[in-house]
Each structure stands twice: as structure tokens, then as C-alpha cells.
Design a protein around this ligand. Structure first.
Ligand code: SF4
Length: 377
């Protein structure tokens, strides 16, 4: 059986967020002799699983990459100066060092960087696996990007078989998968699970005390999927299954496999403020929604947090104008994040009608350097 037939039988899909069929990507890569980039950047807010694969399953990752590349060149992408980059280099693997910015590890950014360009998203005229030219007319050689967990899983399928892979998860979403969970008391804990598992079990596996002590129930919200993800109220976690089918009930997706439980003692509106400010500074700033829309949204959200309730209408208007207008989907993801923040934190926003809430004022008192601190990965 060919590798693509085996991967199709296993039902393996990309673990980086898009959940596209790995068999179809690999088939196209083989048809065009594509260069393979293994993305181990963990670029999403709170992501940690690709670094975990490099730290704990490097030999199996290498085997998966060798099977997929089938003789074509392979490069491993990791954030510059990260532990993951050091581990890959120490193992003698070719490393593409990527600036630690949010959009730098997007698929087309990596392809651009690997071919001597800037680590910025490129407009897609056709799938990069076929090669072609970018919008500046630069020749792009055929390249396929797969995230590290996907490549590791492909190696497992080769070694253990399609039936082994399908013995986990559901018929529609088979296979084991990693999720990075953060709580106020545990950051970036990587848990192995499968589609259909209760979300509360994931949280209990990562931080049992947070669940048993009621910290999760008291949280103002749980963020599923990072900066391109969705906030969910803790009450909605009951009976919620970790799968795209299950999370659709709350408007969320499994995406890049990231879960963050917000701190009950902290202000969620301030958390969103920091994330939006960070998002506005992280884009490549080459399209309208990122150059103008994200900074304006961050400014209006900050005004809302400070008690200017007239900013609510502007926030709604800004969010509605972000999607579908950038060269990549970064602004679309931030729009979904902000919509869900408005929905889940609506009651809390009422406590900001005359200025920041007590928790926000305490947080601001503790912020001594006036800079935004969001931990990515
Ligand atoms: S939408 Fe934003 S992040 Fe994406 S390419 Fe345009 S400027 Fe860059």
C-alpha cells in the first residue's frame, strides 16, 4: 500500500488547525517533488505541543518526515532562539529559524522565509505545493508545510497501521491528538487525548486541582483555540466533547489544540485588551484590516474597558469589518475571538460602565513597566 493510501485509510488530518486531509497534501507533495517544511513553531497563543513532540518524540518525528519527504529536502521550522530550535539543531537537523512573531509561522510565511524572503504571509495564487510565483513575481519552488504533530502521527501510522490510528477518536475525527492546556496554576501542559473526550477530562488531566477546587467553574471564561479561537463560559463545558462536531455546539473548533482557563481573580476584559493589543502589533501590517482595523479595534476595546460605553458600537463595527479582507486569515481569526469575548464577557462589561472593575484596577496597579505581557507558546 502507498503512503497516501495508508494515510487516507487512517483518516489522518493536519493537527496545526486546518484539519485538512494529510493524505491529499502528501499526494500533491509527491506529485510535485515538494520540499517538506516541518512546522514546530507552536505559533498560536498558548501552543506547546509541537515543541513537546520535538522534546519527547524526535526520533519518531524524523521517521515520519523521512516517509513523507520520500527523498525530497526537509527543513524543520522553529522560533529563533527557542528550546525547540536548539534541540533540532543539536540533533543535526536543518533548522529554519523563524522570528517569534504570530504570523511568521503561518504556512506561506514559512515558505517565503525558506526561499530567502521575509517571514510574512504571501497571497496564494495556487497551492504552494505546486510552486509558481508570488505576488512580486518571485519564483516559489514546490513546498508542503505540515506541523510537527501531524508528521509524528504520520510516522506512527506507518509503524502501527491505519487500524491502530482509527482505534482512537470518532469515525469522523479519528486518531490520538495532543492538546496544550493552561490554567492559572499550570501553563502549557500537553495532554494526549482523542476526539469525543469530555473537555472537563482534558482539564482534569492537565490540572486536577483546578477542576476539583472549583477554579474552573469560577473562571470567567475558557479560551479554546488561542487568538483565532473562541471563548466559552465554564457552564457550557459540562457535557462538551473535544471534537469539531462537539465544539460546534458552542461555536468553537479543536483548531490548533490549545485551551486556556482564565483566572477567576483577574479581569477577562483586561485579558482581551492585552490580546488585542498584542494582535495589533503581531501582524505583518501589509493589508488594510491589519494596518488599520486591528489597531483601531484594540484602541476601542481599551476605551470600552476604561468605561467609555459609547465604544461598544465602534467595537462591533470594527469586528464586523475584519473578516475576508486580508491576504491571510489572521484578522478573521481575531474577529471570531473578539465576537466571542463580547458574548461571554457581556455581563462583566457592564461592571466597566463607570470605569475599570476592581480586578482590572488591581492588575494595572501591579503592572509596573506599562508594557503588554502575553505569553505565546
Ligand atoms: S491579513 Fe494581516 S497578517 Fe495576513 S498577510 Fe495581511 S497584513 Fe499580514
Amino acid at each position: 500500500m502507498t503512503l497516501t493510501a495508508l494515510l487516507a485509510e487512517a483518516g489522518l488530518t493536519g493537527r496545526g488547525g486546518a484539519a485538512f486531509s494529510t493524505a491529499r497534501k502528501v499526494e500533491a507533495a509527491h506529485a510535485h517533488g515538494a520540499h517538506l517544511i516541518v512546522n514546530a513553531c507552536d505559533g498560536e497563543l498558548g501552543a506547546a505541543k509541537d515543541g513537546w513532540v520535538v522534546a519527547h518524540r524526535l526520533a519518531e518525528l524524523f521517521d515520519g518526515a523521512a516517509a513523507i519527504a520520500a527523498g525530497s529536502a526537509t527543513t524543520y521550522a522553529a522560533h529563533r532562539g527557542s528550546d525547540t530550535a536548539h534541540r533540532l539543531r543539536a540533533a543535526g537537523l536543518p533548522v529554519l529559524e523563524v522570528p517569534a512573531r504570530y504570523v511568521s509561522s503561518e504556512e506561506s510565511s514559512l515558505i517565503s522565509l525558506a526561499q530567502g524572503g521575509l517571514a510574512r504571509p504571501m497571497a496564494k495564487r495556487q497551492p504552494f505545493v505546486r510552486g509558481g510565483r508570488d505576488s512580486d513575481g518571485r519564483h516559489i519552488r514546490p513546498t508542503v508545510v505540515l506541523n510537527a504533530e501531524t508528521v509524528w502521527r504520520a510516522g506512527q501510522v506507518v509503524r502501527l497501521g491505519a487500524d491502530w490510528h482509527r482505534s482512537f477518536g470518532t469515525t469522523a475525527e479519528p486518531g490520538p491528538r495532543l492538546v496544550a492546556v493552561s490554567t492559572p496554576t499550570a501553563r502549557g501542559v500537553v495532554v494526549e487525548t482523542a476526539a469525543g473526550a469530555p473537555v472537563l477530562d482534558l482539564l482534569a488531566a492537565a490540572d486536577p486541582v483546578a477542576v476539583a477546587s472549583g477554579l474552573v467553574d469560577r473562571s470567567p471564561g475558557v479560551l479554546l483555540g488561542g487568538l483565532g479561537g473562541t471563548f466559552v463560559a465554564p457552564a457550557d463545558l459540562r457535557g462538551l466533547a473535544w471534537s469539531d462536531e462537539g465544539l460546534a455546539r458552542v461555536g468553537a473548533r479543536t483548531g490548533p489544540g490549545v485551551v486556556e482557563v482564565l483566572d477567576p481573580a483577574a479581569c477577562p476584559v483586561e485579558f482581551v485588551d492585552r490580546c488585542l493589543t498584542w494582535a495589533a502589533g503581531e501582524s505583518a501590517g501589509q493589508c488594510g484590516p491589519c494596518m488599520f482595523g486591528l489597531p483601531a479595534l484594540a484602541a476601542d476595546w481599551r476605551a470600552l474597558a476604561a468605561g467609555d460605553h459609547t465604544a461598544h458600537g465602534r467595537v462591533v463595527s470594527r469586528i464586523s469589518r475584519l473578516p475576508g479582507r486580508g491576504a491571510c486569515r489572521f484578522p478573521d481569526g481575531v474577529a471570531g475571538f473578539a465576537w466571542s469575548a463580547l458574548r461571554v464577557f457581556g455581563p462583566h462589561l457592564d461592571t466597566h460602565r463607570h470605569g475599570r472593575c476592581d480586578a482590572a484596577l488591581r492588575q494595572n496597579d501591579h503592572r509596573t513597566d506599562g508594557r503588554t505581557h502575553v505569553h505565546a507558546g
